[in-house]
Design a protein around this ligand. Structure first.
Ligand SMILES: [Zn+2]
Length: 252
């Protein structure tokens, strides 16, 4: 653990250090933590910005895409000047402007079965910022194998779903327990192709960033074994409990 916070750190993080659940020791813990975010889109934008500003010491960000005009409607880390440039490179610059104290590792490549384990091993908490089932299963399986907490979210229209996954623990479900592999036609379905209101990505990403901090500091009630569904068209909030699925192909 860090020995002492500098005066600059104390000023920068004053509004969270003042919280009794965080304090000086909690801030030191955040500054030595490492979080990996897969996907720098609608979710990755707010998650990375809130985690950088909260002083997560190391952020790993992965995305192989360049910024497109249609991204700007919800991917708030980018702006007009980012178009056609690498998402991870632009994001790294923005995050370091926000907080020069942190370290940002960039992965401008497709995350696959072959490279995911090696990357995930380096981090304490993993954030799913992907928008398709294929990637969600891939990241779930790797987190299960490497015993890493996975903070997952999905978006559609006016609705956001958020959950915290610790599938390696006997009593808790993994992503596949909650969403068993569906028919192959849906497999590559891209959530954001269904349409999305930009602010919904902000809501889900903000929830994810707080779940990350809670997991690192072991505070509060996490969304483990629970799926939080937020429908902002009707302003309905619903929490569904999930158990381990005996038929899960990966939990056994
Ligand atoms: Zn499972």
């Amino acid at each position: 653990m860090l020995k002492k916070l500098s005066d600059i750190d104390i000023q920068r993080y004053a509004h969270q250090i003042i919280l009794k659940n965080i304090g000086i020791d909690g801030q030191k813990k955040l500054l030595t933590s490492k979080v990996f975010i897969l996907g720098m889109g609608g979710l990755g934008s707010p998650v990375s910005m809130y985690l950088a500003s909260a002083g997560i010491g190391t952020l790993g960000i992965a995305d192989f895409d360049n910024v497109e005009l249609s991204n700007l409607q919800r991917q708030i880390i980018y702006d007009q000047n980012s178009i056609n440039k690498s998402k991870v490179e632009i994001s790294k610059k923005k995050l370091l402007l926000l907080n020069p104290k942190i370290k940002v590792d960039v992965y401008k490549k497709k995350i696959t079965k072959k490279n995911i384990n090696k990357i995930i091993k380096k981090y304490d908490v993993i954030v799913d910022g992907s928008d398709n089932f294929k990637t969600k299963y891939l990241i779930n399986d790797s987190c299960l194998k490497n015993k890493k907490t996975l903070i997952s979210a999905a978006l559609r229209g006016f609705e956001a779903q958020i959950t915290t996954i610790k599938g390696w623990i006997k009593t808790y479900p993994c992503y596949r327990c909650m969403f068993p592999e569906i028919n192959k036609n849906d497999y590559n379905e891209n959530y954001q192709d269904c349409g999305i209101v930009g602010g919904i990505a902000g809501v889900a990403g903000s929830f994810q960033s707080v779940e990350v901090i809670k997991d690192i500091l072991k505070i509060g009630n996490p969304l483990t074994g629970k799926l939080l569904i937020i429908d902002l068209l009707t302003n309905r909030f619903k929490k569904i409990n999930f158990k381990k699925n005996k038929k899960c192909v990966i939990c056994k």
